[in-house]
Design a protein around this ligand. Structure first.
Ligand code: KG4
Ligand code: ZN
Length: 336
């Protein structure tokens, strides 16, 4: 019988289901993105939970049908149980528990950050030990992975996440939500040296990050102009993006030096950023560290990474009971 794992991800606003096979990789992956954000300029938790409730069952039925998987013969069900929005997490968690209860399939709760890290294992074996820079809307962390299941936090943000900084900068520039892709688009026609924005904790804080000063500096700069011309929007986008990308790389270089690893992975929604990918590759290959990142659809929130993580836990004999709960925040734990 085929060893198929179902993944379910509802930690923020995207609803996602996927079927993963340890040798054949991702068989089917479907994500339903929420479209109401633009109206509100961000994620509204209550709207996000309702949207998960509408989207989850049809998505599940689609991936089961498209992959030919049978509920009764699943090798396991992985569900993100934190960190994230409680109302959103509980929709996925309750659904996964009901499936596990009804079918007897093993259930495992997956830490969202471990999912992002293991998105790098979806299309080939990981080279370990490695450092992973997890950069998303909710997290900015440098994690040393000695092996799958063994993680050490090397640095993290002390205030905003890098994606949150992109989103807030996009908002003050009047760009659509989420700000990351919009700022990157604007930056293409802008001058990255037009404005010298602050790089937080550049000479202190070890491998930790800070982005709140940048966000304020951009807001003050925007307010200093009577009118925001399209060229100004592009120049501010390019300069702010450069400040975020440069500090992410400087801290990554410091973490490489501290840990001595020769392998580096990007993960999370901000890993979709072309400038971050390009500059990370350039600076790290200069010191002979190999860099890679997941395919675009697996950088942002998706259930393929959750199904993949579930396969590692369940094959190691780790499962959760139906008392499994969600958690709003918390650092990734070592389990192997
Ligand atoms: O991983 P993700 O989908 O959700 C969280 O776990 O937070 O990441 C979403 C974040 C948003 O802040 C979004 O603006 C950012 O990833 N993002 C980008 C790009 N694409 C998405 N940031 C910069 N450049 C991009 N191209
Ligand atoms: Zn995420």
């Amino acid at each position: 019988m085929e060893e198929l794992y179902l993944g379910i991800e509802t930690s923020c606003d995207d609803t996602s289901c996927a079927i993963f096979h340890p040798q054949r990789g991702v068989l089917v992956h479907r994500t339903a993105a929420q479209l109401d954000h633009e109206k509100y300029g961000g994620v509204v938790p209550e709207i996000a939970s309702r949207s998960h409730m509408r989207s989850l069952l049809p998505l599940y039925e689609t991936v089961m049908e498209a992959s030919g998987a049978e509920l009764a013969s699943l090798a396991g069900i992985g569900v993100t149980n934190g960190p994230g929005l409680t109302g959103s997490l509980l929709v996925g968690l309750s659904f996964a528990k009901a499936l596990a209860y009804g079918s007897g399939a093993p259930l495992i709760g997956i830490h969202h950050i471990e999912g992002h890290i293991l998105a790098n294992a979806l299309e080939g074996a990981l080279e370990l030990p490695a450092l992973v820079l997890v950069v998303s809307g909710g997290h900015t962390q440098l994690i040393l992975m000695e092996k799958i299941g063994r993680y050490r936090l090397v640095g993290s943000t002390r205030d905003d996440a890098a994606g949150e900084a992109f989103d807030k900068i996009g908002k003050v520039l009047g760009l659509p939500f989420p700000g990351g892709p919009a700022v990157e688009r604007e930056a293409r026609t802008g001058d990255k040296d037009a404005f010298d924005f602050p790089r937080g904790l550049r000479r202190s804080g070890g491998c930790d990050f800070s982005f709140s000063g940048l966000k304020t500096a951009v807001r003050l700069k925007v307010e200093s102009f009577a009118e925001l011309t399209p060229q100004l929007v592009s120049d501010i986008s390019a300069s702010a993006q450069e400040a975020i990308v440069e500090i992410l790389i400087e801290k990554s270089l410091a973490a490489v030096e501290e840990t001595g690893v020769r392998r580096f992975y990007l993960a999370g929604g901000v890993a979709a950023n072309g400038r971050l990918r390009e500059l990370t590759k350039e600076r790290l290959s200069a010191i002979r560290v190999e860099v890679s990142w997941p395919r675009l659809e697996y950088c942002t929130d998706n259930a393929a990474m959750i199904a993949c993580a579930a396969s590692y836990h369940i094959r190691a004999g780790r499962t959760d009971g139906l008392e499994l709960n969600s958690f709003p925040r918390g650092t990734i734990a070592t389990w192997a």
